[in-house]
Design a protein around this ligand. Structure first.
Ligand SMILES: NC(=O)c1ccc[n+]([C@@H]2O[C@H](COP(=O)([O-])OP(=O)(O)OC[C@H]3O[C@@H](n4cnc5c(N)ncnc54)[C@H](O)[C@@H]3O)[C@@H](O)[C@H]2O)c1
Ligand SMILES: [Zn+2]
Ligand SMILES: [Zn+2]
Length: 361
């Protein structure tokens, strides 16, 4: 029978979110019902609330989550009630042209639940990134559930569901950071710090953190940055060049997603270096670059959706590294909060006082 639970809804663009009673259907074919245990507050939730991602209001926010499978629908054979899972927004289809050519991390036809969750009056909700996990329970496609070692707590495991995976993946998958590389990361929130952690895991020896907030730079240093640059008091591009023998970094990761930082990422690369855009721009933003510079500087400018991750490959691997003490996921969790506190968590994200607020249910 469909269940009524509490969930955080963004009803109108720019308005404060509210906790509403929502209806979650029983899982149909290929679907899974998940009891959410923890869900991190990601900047993308705020982008949704502002109408910066789409205008399909109302949204059920939350997409960085872990929990326990409560029920599965017909035809689901690789998942069972009781499984501890991280929810992902890349349930690969296996048959699109990206999947067929062996690059499923670019899957162009990812799966989501077919049935909508609804408000009490029957209005269908758009779940953020096809997840909607600021809710006691959520309905997803079974492929969106990635089983990981249950010894990892939900607060940390859930982080892999979006921001931390996006950041680590921007470094190791998209940027292909290698041993001895120099890396600069612009914007040191949850995503940028994860890129720093990813660069360190991959063996980068110079890791330059750039932010406009000194507290964020201190955190970045504790995560593994070897140098910090305050972009409000210094020139980010010049500083990165100075710290890399005058050349620029091998890989520069823009974890903000505005023209200013994108341009810095483009110019702070060494010749033939790689710029990675993992911050999500709003649709109104444009960037203009001299075409000769695009040509003459060589290298690559890449965007990184979800860190080009393959959840089935990357989530269990990163959880294993965490359990072995080689990946400190817990330092990303600044505070744990309740469903009622999401709006306040957005304010804290704005004033820079948190890396991740994690809703615990
Ligand atoms: N590509 C993906 O798959 C993916 C996944 C998750 C999040 N994101 C995006 O990544 C971005 C970062 O997310 P987050 O959760 O870390 O956000 P956040 O708000 O926690 O962090 C942003 C950081 O950027 C800093 N910053 C702002 N302006 C700056 C500037 N001009 N120069 C340098 N630093 C600046 C802020 O001080 C802050 O530390 C967002 O755009 C988010 O939507 C992308
Ligand atoms: Zn596919
Ligand atoms: Zn996110």
């Amino acid at each position: 029978m469909a269940q009524k639970v509490q969930g955080v809804v963004a009803g109108v663009a720019g308005a404060k979110v509210t906790v509403e009673t929502i209806t979650v259907p029983d899982p149909g074919p290929g679907e899974a019902l998940v009891a959410v245990q923890a869900c991190g507050v990601c900047h993308t939730d705020l982008h949704y609330r502002e109408g910066g991602i789409s205008d399909e209001f109302p949204f059920l926010l939350g997409h960085e989550a872990a929990g326990v499978v409560e029920a599965v629908g017909d035809g689901v054979t690789d998942l069972a009630p009781g499984d501890f899972v991280v929810l992902n927004w890349r349930a690969v289809c296996g048959t699109c042209r990206a999947c067929r050519r062996g690059e499923p991390w670019y899957c162009f036809d990812t799966h989501n639940a077919a049935q909508p969750m609804t408000l009490a009056d029957g209005t269908p909700l758009s779940p953020a990134l096809g997840i909607g996990a600021f809710a006691e329970k959520t309905l997803v496609h079974s492929g969106q559930c990635t089983k990981v070692d249950p010894r990892a707590g939900a607060e940390v495991a859930g982080l892999l569901g979006c921001g931390v995976m996006a950041g680590i993946g921007a470094a190791i998958n998209t940027g292909q950071v290698g041993r001895g590389d120099s890396v600069a990361v612009l914007g040191c929130g949850g995503v940028g710090d994860a890129a720093i952690v990813g660069a360190k895991l991959a063996g980068a020896t110079t890791i330059i953190a750039v932010d406009v907030d000194t507290r964020k730079l201190e955190w970045a240093q504790s995560m593994g940055a070897t140098h910090v640059v305050n972009a409000r008091t210094g020139d980010a591009v010049e500083s990165i060049r100075e710290l890399t023998g005058g050349n620029g970094a091998d890989v520069v990761i823009d974890a903000v997603g505005i023209p200013e930082t994108f341009r810095q990422a483009f110019y702070a690369r060494d010749l033939a270096g790689t710029a990675v855009l993992v911050g999500v721009p709003t649709p109104d933003l444009t960037v203009e670059l001299p075409l000769i510079d695009v040509f003459a500087r060589g290298g690559a400018v890449k965007s990184s959706w979800y860190g080009d991750c393959l959840p089935s490959r990357d989530f269990p691997m990163l959880i294993d590294l965490y359990l072995q003490g080689r990946l400190d996921l817990s330092s990303f969790v600044t505070e744990t909060i309740g469903l009622d506190d999401v709006e306040e968590a957005f304010d804290k994200m704005h004033d820079g006082s948190v890396l991740r607020s994690v809703v615990v249910l």
